[in-house]
Design a binder for this molecule. Structure first.
Ligand code: VG1
Ligand code: CO
Length: 544
């Protein structure tokens, strides 16, 4: 077997976004494109941090071929050990755990998360550091710089590597070990939750679940954990066979794309809990019987009832949410007397807070929640949190929600996405908002007055790094707000995200639909940002 330097040239635009490098599959399929990026990851690692790397992906189209290319480059570079999930499959939280458990120097995740997969669809790659966290900006920047000056990569002429569980190979300086995709993660979950208690509630029919795997990577995880270990019946699991094109669907667990589950949960026959996960297993949607739990509320309720979750029995210490996520968490944190951090969008910003032990629970409005057991958001873990809460409190989800709103007020929350914008127009909208600050201040809607317009910057309290330009906030005198930011995960045109939050403290007004409740504010948001004038879009493409 030869190891040879391969001459190459930089590709423009290999710049990681909110969560890694995401492009159309055919972009990744170009000769050298993926190898260049992987070599740049290796180059960004100090020489003494090239001992062990984890590799795994969500199984989408091109996952198998990409895994072989990555192995060629890692062997070419003499990485001492590579741990790869069977069939090249690992959920994103499972990669994070495996990195931590095996003291690896980092890991490579192949995923475009909730974006569709298949020919002509999306693919992605990201690097996680030794603590299992998505690489911080300084590292992604170094990787990007490298891609822009690369002239060669090292590749080994490997035969096709059969990624059957238990296989172990030795090529040149490298040992490749193929690990079961689910084992380690399932063991971690068993160590964090009281499986006996949940299982007992299920057997006594006090607790039931319907989980939709959306034909994505969580299928095998859900089957092992919910069916084999907790004893839920087959009918509790829907779409749990992982497919390369996610069954043609959009593996995004929200009311639009997990419609079937949502509709079922709104019927009298629904189980106590409904849940879905995304392409790579880090997102989750939580539903009760006839109750949708917004991701921001799910985070706040997990914090409120953390005593029902064994992992958090010793207390939360601190919690964190991304800036656009609703302030429901802040009110619970205040009540619990723990600190609450506000970070930019993207899980990488939670890494330092978790590593320092400043926070134990984090979440984002985009259907992401997790704790200090890994450094990624974690879909199946969130479902186990809810099963623990329900097994312990024995109250329906709808009642827990109502009780939360009565005690803390309800953040009526929703997000309007304007998709398919030309990049310069999207930027114009953002720039104008800041420029027109003076004329936006003092404007009124729904009896609320705009009291501030500002651009969010974040200084990391641990390493002092600063992230500028993380979205524009329009704040009202009653703590309601509108946030604008541009998506960093798309693969073609720009998406403008408009986040709407209104806080209702009157318990008699807390039963409305959040999307309808925010429609007037959404129109106001379109108007003050001149979205219609600049882009021609008078309505958002998606409301979630
Ligand atoms: C979106 C979400 C963000 C999330 C990111 C990755 O980013 O808004 O909260 O962290 O996706 O999630 P953006 O830049 O498009 O708004 V996943 O499940 O794709 O790893
Ligand atoms: Co995801």
């Amino acid at each position: 077997m030869d190891i040879r330097p391969v001459a190459t040239k930089p590709f423009a635009g290999q710049k990681p976004g909110t969560s890694g490098l995401r492009k159309k599959v055919d972009v990744f399929q170009q000769p050298h494109y993926l190898a260049n990026f992987v070599q740049s990851i290796v180059n960004s690692l100090p020489r003494d941090q090239r001992d062990c790397l984890v590799v795994g992906g969500d199984g989408r189209y091109f996952n198998a071929e990409a895994t072989q290319i990555i192995l060629q480059v890692l062997v070419g570079n003499g990485i001492k050990q590579v741990l790869v999930g069977a069939g090249g499959l690992l959920s994103t939280p499972a990669v994070s755990h495996l990195i931590r458990k095996s003291n690896a120097n980092g890991g490579i995740v192949l995923s475009a998360s909730h974006n569709p997969g298949g020919p002509g669809k999306d693919f992605g790659i990201k690097f996680n550091n030794a603590s299992g966290s998505p690489a911080p900006e300084a590292v992604t920047q170094a990787i990007y710089q490298n891609t822009q000056s690369i002239s060669q990569y090292l590749a080994a002429d490997l035969p096709p590597v059969d990624l059957a569980v238990g296989e172990e190979y030795r090529f040149a300086e490298t040992t490749i070990k193929v690990v079961d995709s689910v084992d380690d993660y399932a063991q971690l979950m068993q160590s964090l939750f009281d499986f006996d208690k949940i299982s007992e509630a299920i057997q006594s029919t006090r607790l039931s679940l319907c989980f939709d795997g959306m034909h994505a990577v969580t299928g095998p995880y859900a089957t092992r954990i919910f069916k084999d270990l907790l004893g839920l019946p087959d009918r509790a699991l829907k779409n749990c066979v992982a497919l390369a094109d996610f069954g043609g669907g959009h593996p995004d667990p929200n009311r639009v794309y997990a419609r079937e589950l949502y509709d079922f949960m709104m019927t009298d026959e629904a189980p106590e809990l409904g849940a879905a996960s995304d392409g790579d297993g880090d997102r989750n949607m939580i539903l009760g019987r006839k109750a949708f739990v917004s991701p921001s509320d799910s985070l706040a309720l997990i914090a409120q009832h953390h005593q029902s979750i064994p992992q958090f029995k010793s207390g939360l210490v601190g919690v964190a949410r991304s800036m656009p996520t609703s302030t429901a968490l802040d009110r619970v944190a205040q009540h619990l007397n723990v600190s609450c951090y506000e970070t930019p969008t993207g899980w990488k910003f939670f890494g330092n807070l978790l590593d320092e032990g400043l926070v134990r629970l984090c979440g984002e409005e985009s259907f992401g929640t997790s704790g200090d057991h890994v450094r990624e958001k974690d879909g199946v873990w969130t479902v186990l949190c809810w099963l623990s809460i329900l097994a312990d409190l024995q109250r329906p989800v709808s009642e827990l929600l109502r009780q939360h709103w009565t005690a803390f007020g309800r953040s009526y929350y929703c997000r309007h996405d304007y998709e398919g914008l030309e990049a310069d127009k999207a930027q114009t909208i953002m720039d104008q908002l800041v420029r027109n600050r003076g004329s936006i201040l003092g404007r009124m809607v729904n009896g609320m007055t705009v009291s501030d317009v500002n651009v969010f910057s974040y200084e990391d309290p641990v390493d002092g790094s600063v992230a500028h330009n993380q979205g524009v906030r329009v704040q009202f005198d009653d703590q309601s707000r509108v946030v604008y930011r541009l998506s960093g995960t798309g693969t073609d045109a720009a998406t403008l995200r408009v986040y709407l939050e209104q806080i209702e403290r009157d318990a008699t007004n807390q039963g409305a639909d959040a999307i309808e409740y925010n429609d007037v504010l959404g129109e106001f948001a379109n108007h003050i940002a001149q979205i219609r004038e600049v882009s021609g879009l008078s309505q958002p493409s998606v409301k979630t």
